[in-house]
Design a protein around this ligand. Sequence first.
Ligand code: SF4
Length: 289
Amino acid sequence: MHYEGNIIRPPSEANSILLQVTVGCSRNKCTFCGTYQGERFKIKPDGIIMADIEFATQYCRRQRRVFLCDGDALIIPQKRLLKILQTIKTQLPWVTRVGAYANAKSLEMKSPEQLAILKSAGLGILYMGLESGDDATLTAIQKGATAEKMIAMARKAKAAGFKLSVTVLLGIAGRERSRIHAIETGRVLSAMDPDYVGALSLMLIPGTPLYNDYQAGKFPLIGAEEMLTELRTLFAHTDLSKGLFHANHASNYLPIKARLPKDKDAVLALIDKALEGQVALKPEWLRAL
Ligand code: SF4
């Protein structure tokens, strides 16, 4: 397979065929993100993508899923993206689901009809980074979309039939807006009503604008207990009709896996126990991105 630069994928796509269709991220401005630093966004030539699919026909016969890397594959113009999906369908008939990152801009650029066509061509799950439901925080981190836009785009994706997975970032609002960030993120998640939520805890990446702000004393990185308090508030304000809420990423201090709405009270009780010191938190040296 042909890979360029940093390849990332959601944890749930660990066993998928990683088909890199774009290099970098079309936005590449979020202040906390160091994934594609210095990388210029481009869509890979069709010839390379098709050769990779051809490679997968021989060497990836046991993998049932494909993930389209990098940043937001949904930004690829409709005709080209459709061709990629159709080739996957015909060349790799054992593949049951294709996934990709999407952002508010790439979802906005596709019409509901185009999204429905992509869905029927095999694209099954979209991963969106919400990070925060607080507009002031979204502006500060240069996410490029308001909370209301995020809600509208999530609903658009769901209306087209996609499974939707949304990540949020504990600690991203700093200390002063921590509680507002938690409440608003819970509110926005409830309105988006995704199938999966992943809550990560902020880890600063050297070289990013947010890291520089931290070094300059302009951005406070909240500690383990504050992250947990934030998680509790966020979780308490999140109501999903039917979804999985995971805070079990390597960056988190307390691993949580909840099926909502069923597990809500039990998980709140667990977080309370941890806040009272009755449950051990992950030590700093064991946290990772
Ligand atoms: S957080 Fe996502 S959208 Fe923002 S720069 Fe990083 S990859 Fe791109």
